[in-house]
Design a protein around this ligand. Sequence first.
Ligand code: NDP
Ligand code: GDR
Length: 391
Amino acid sequence: MPQERGQNPNEPKVALITGITGQDGSYLSEFLLKKGYIVHGIKRRASLFNTDRIDHLYEDPHVENRHLILHYGDMTDSMNLTRIIQEVQPDEIYNLAAMSHVAVSFETPEYVANADGTGTLRILEAVRLLGLEEKTRIYQASTSELYGKVQEVPQSETTPFYPRSPYAVAKMYAYWITVNYREAYNMFACNGILFNHESPVRGETFVTRKITRAASKIALGLQDKLYLGNLDAKRDWGHAKDYVKMMWLILQADEPEDWVIATGVTTTVRDFVKMAFSYCGIELEFKGEGVDEVGIVKSVNQERAKSLLLSPSTITNLLGKEVVAVDPRYFRPTEVDLLIGDPSKAEKKLGWKREYKLEELVNDMMQSDLKLMTKDQYLQDGGYTIMNYFE
Ligand code: NDP
Ligand code: GDR
């Protein structure tokens, strides 16, 4: 019989994180380890190492009493998930694993339904089958994408859903199956309806990271132009570091409930671009409309550029240059135009407080990407090939 854990207050709590190799998985692992948890994570087998984001937390498997333990697994494999949950006997499961890219979900809709939708059912059903309903609390990574087509703003726990992508439709199934298992089997299963949250380790093809990487490369003279899709889309962007804390608080609440986590501030993609370039002392002006819209360098602040050790000539050469353009290939078949969340329930009942404002988030991402791209510049100067994806 597996040993019952977490019953004795002196024993560390045990968490299982699906999607531990992702942005949120890495911040949540750090957070839980600091709290003294034993953290188990599910990673996928890949042909290359895929644990970059958690390598700083890695512990040698030959050492006893590890705090971070990784298991191979996949959200599409019920038996694998059930076996891992049986072995781990978690006090808390954070179901973060998903194919999380909205645009890509239009390319792989069936897979997304399986991994993001049915995958959640597999976790809930495993907990039920193993008789862990009373022991194991479950956090489901729900999303503001559920709101989709704008029906009311700001969006709250009572705003109706209208998903606009295969990703959002799969997450809608996951949302409701979580609610259903809570009501049917009295499980402590909760949805965190999280609005967009970003960080220096955000996936490179999400718009914020694509922008901060490109702004850094352009400022260093390593890239000419940034191509984007819909510049008018508005998002409520927060910092992932702030948001993982809320995941934990949601599972510490007295009752299982669903929660909106957001900042309550919304910003266009265009304004995010301006903020990122401005970090490097580059002021952009946008001209034209629709697919003809472009971002042109209006002025440069040499003092700022110097303080970041950017080459004065590279920065001066950018004056008047078109550094942002629209490429319709990044438009989505159906778009989510406006997201702005109302986090008042979480603020009142969970004490939700943010450390990062949008400007601080942009600064954090730019600081990190400038450092990374400077490293790329050295490598390129040394004759090494640098990956130059523009997705
Ligand atoms: P990431 O894309 O950074 O991470 C996703 C994680 O899921 C990765 O570890 C990935 O593994 C793993 N994964 C994907 N498919 C499978 C699968 N079939 N089996 C096992 N693991 C899989 O996402 P985030 O960290 O940004 O987001 C975490 C969760 O929160 C996701 O469910 C996302 O949909 C949701 N969410 C995110 C928001 C955000 O703004 N970041 C907002 C609201 C919800 P690998 O590294 O191998 O690819
Ligand atoms: P989103 O994030 O779809 O909101 O989903 P993303 O950063 O991909 O897009 C935000 C907005 O920017 C517009 N956009 C572009 N997006 C990308 N990726 N690339 C571009 O070139 C580009 N140009 C404009 C998009 O059209 C969109 O309107 C994220 C994911 O983390 C989900 O998993 C999560 O559920 C939601 O946030 C909340």
